[in-house]
Design a protein around this ligand. Sequence first.
Ligand SMILES: Nc1ncnc2c1ncn2[C@@H]1O[C@H](COP(=O)(O)OP(=O)(O)OP(=O)(O)O)[C@@H](O)[C@H]1O
Ligand SMILES: [Mg+2]
Length: 399
Amino acid sequence: MDEIRNPFSPGAGTPPPELAGRSALIDRIKLLLARVREGRPGKSALLVGLRGVGKTVLLNELENLAEQIGYKTILVEAHESKSLTALLAPSLRKLLLSLDRMENVSNKVRRGLRVLKGFVNGVKITVGDLEIGLDIEAEAGTADSGDLEADLPELFIAVAEAAQDRKIPVAILLDEIQYLSAKELSALIMAMHKMAQKRLPLVLIGAGLPVLAGLAGDSKSYAERLFDFPEVGPLAPDDARQALREPAQKEGADFTDEALDEIIRLTQGYPYFLQEWGYQSWNYAPQSPVQLADVKHATPRIIERLDANFFRVRFDRLTPREKDYLRALAELGAEPQRSGDVAAVLGVKVQTVAPLRDSLMKKGMIYSPAHGDTAFTVPLFDTFMKRAMPQLPGKGGKT
Ligand SMILES: Nc1ncnc2c1ncn2[C@@H]1O[C@H](COP(=O)(O)OP(=O)(O)OP(=O)(O)O)[C@@H](O)[C@H]1O
Ligand SMILES: [Mg+2]
């Protein structure tokens, strides 16, 4: 069918034509935003879900909603190789300055900037272009100890007090939270603890792979009390149908029920794959409605495309031994597996492959749904691994 009118949008963070199946979650966060704005307690939210389920798309949507009801927002994406400080400081600076754009200069906002300057000095980051404010002296003794778990809460308090003074609530949206170190995450949790205690109008909405399992002791119990962890999962069959059918119908086209059933079976309702199958089947079908046969014909090409990009970019970042580990994991199936079983497939001891498991976790390829369990973060990655490496690596973990 007409490729120009193709409504589907496979891609990282690309807004879908129809944001299906997320209204309950969105309503929940709207309520949180409304409560925090009124100075009422609310648990901040960390959206957790696997790759390609639509977390980034949701964060963007939630940022818009927050702005619509008067929030100032910052949205940042964590990186493997960038510290939380380097990530937050420039956007917090911008936020503080924007709070001050109105007529009167606010003392609280000035103080926020001074504390931020001290914070940056304290952790001694070298962010070349991070000039906090030329005419501003750092406030000595606040948020400048160099210990993130002490400094971040003080910084958040100063920022939130500035916001409160301006009667403008603040939302910090943080994507890819799994890349934060345990220390950074725990500093963030402590900071949010302060926000809750002081009823300050600053809310955190994070998104990422499931991270809780990586936290220990106090941090973990704090986190459980302070945050909600709404799960962003695959779409239920009816929502998946809607994600495909609505956009098609808006273009005056449709899918047959059999075609939809087949796409749902193949994609298991995972949003990224729904977009990919929707997009390619649309292009493949000679006319509307898209038929089961069209989907069947398009499927091998779609899998080839996924293998060549969506899966391949992740595969290419792996060392040969990491690939072996994932291939062994794939051998056991798509579900979470015991680490000992993976080691057994490789014919080695658990301790031998523990560093591999760690580095794969840091790269965001696997996560630990429960202590000692290991699972893929990318849906359907097990089937890809078997296609990419038909042979199971030899016992003894050679290579
Ligand atoms: N509710 C939805 N309905 C239909 N399509 C969706 C939905 N949510 C996301 N998508 C589509 O899924 C794809 C992936 O979305 P997104 O990049 O937000 O996922 P993600 O969870 O952030 O993935 P990653 O963990 O890799 O960053 C995009 O093509 C997007 O258009
Ligand atoms: Mg994302």
